[in-house]
Design a protein around this ligand. Structure first.
Ligand code: PRT
Ligand code: ZN
Length: 283
């Protein structure tokens, strides 16, 4: 049985569960329960506070877990990053009062910085040769300068609106972060095989999330151009339509390329395009 730690509640909780479900793993979660066993894959889910996940995985209490890279880095625990999961994206940044005296990183010399990420921040400041005093606080970091507790802060940022509404601006990015699947580095053979099976599924789901399936009608004279635009996994499927001179083309396309290619497809006379999500993509 693979023991997998997930965030109990919070920003990563919902998408972590969704990823496991997209991997075809079925389980029901009774409210308030701290563990659940799947009924079609030998995995036990442990619901924990995110800060505890790297430690549980490093100690082998859980074999693997899903947590933000920022939490892994701050924990300082030795775990392996098995997959990057593409959600929970944010950055850890140093921010200062807008209109204040801090112009660049060097100007932080001698400053007081409040953060919940003292280890990551001190490594960063040391690497840049800056001597600043770090004040560890566990929450509401963004109000620290306003109440005179610190000159600057180091906190997670996603949209930046929290900084703006507290009169702060970003001075430097300390690290980028996203949710990752972490694993214990010395799993026994059974757990290791199960983790490989889970990673294979996670990889298929992750690949599929970045792609769309596209179907379109193409005049035969434009087929070669369209095939070059839509190479697909191996090559596109081309089937004749009932109407002479036209073919149906099926392929896969990167989600972020769709709008760019769309104009080029229309320009060569393609019609009737359908773009649909892909559930799994196995290579
Ligand atoms: O209870 P538990 O300890 O499990 O959860 P938690 O309260 O420690 O963490 P939680 O649920 O808030 O966040 C879990 C993870 O989500 C973090 O460790 C990050 O990896 C990731 N994540 C992604 C974020 C953000 N984006 C984020 N914006 N975590 C926190 N924030 C906060 C930030 O601290 C700041 O207060 O949101 C605010 C800034 O957001 P913007 O959009 O205004 O910039
Ligand atoms: Zn936490």
């Amino acid at each position: 049985m693979l023991r997998l730690a997930l965030q109990k509640s919070g920003r990563l909780a919902e998408q972590s569960v969704e990823l496991i479900r997209d991997c075809g793993i079925r389980f029901s979660r009774a409210d308030g329960k701290l563990r659940a066993v799947a009924d079609n894959f030998p995995v036990e889910l442990l619901y924990l506070r995110d800060d505890d996940i790297p430690g549980y995985v490093a100690d082998g209490v859980a074999h693997a877990g899903i947590v933000g890279e920022n939490v892994v880095a701050e924990s300082g625990r030795a775990v392996e990053v098995a997959e990057r999961l593409g959600f929970g994206r944010c950055r850890l940044s140093v921010a200062v009062p807008r209109g204040g005296d801090f112009t660049d990183l060097a100007s932080l010399e001698g400053a007081h910085v409040a953060t919940s990420y003292p280890r990551v921040l001190s490594r960063f400041l040391e690497a840049h040769g800056i001597g600043a005093t770090i004040h560890e606080i566990s929450g509401s970091v963004e109000i620290a300068p306003g109440i005179g507790l610190a000159d600057a802060i180091c906190d997670l940022v996603s949209t930046g609106s929290t900084l703006i509404s507290n009169g702060l601006r970003e001075l430097a990015t300390v690290m980028q972060s996203e949710a990752v699947l972490i694993a214990n580095g010395s799993l026994d053979a059974e757990a290791s095989a199960l983790l490989d099976a889970l990673r294979f599924r996670v990889g298929s789901v992750m690949r599929a999330r970045g792609y769309r399936y596209i179907l379109l009608n193409v005049p035969d004279r434009a087929l070669e151009e369209v095939k070059a635009m839509l190479p697909g996994m191996k090559s596109p499927t081309v089937m004749p339509l009932a109407e002479p001179g036209w073919s149906s083309v099926h392929s896969v396309i990167r989600d972020d390329e769709f709008w760019v290619i769309l104009d080029r497809l229309k320009a060569v006379g393609a019609e009737g395009m359908l773009v649909v999500p892909i559930e799994k993509m196995v290579q």
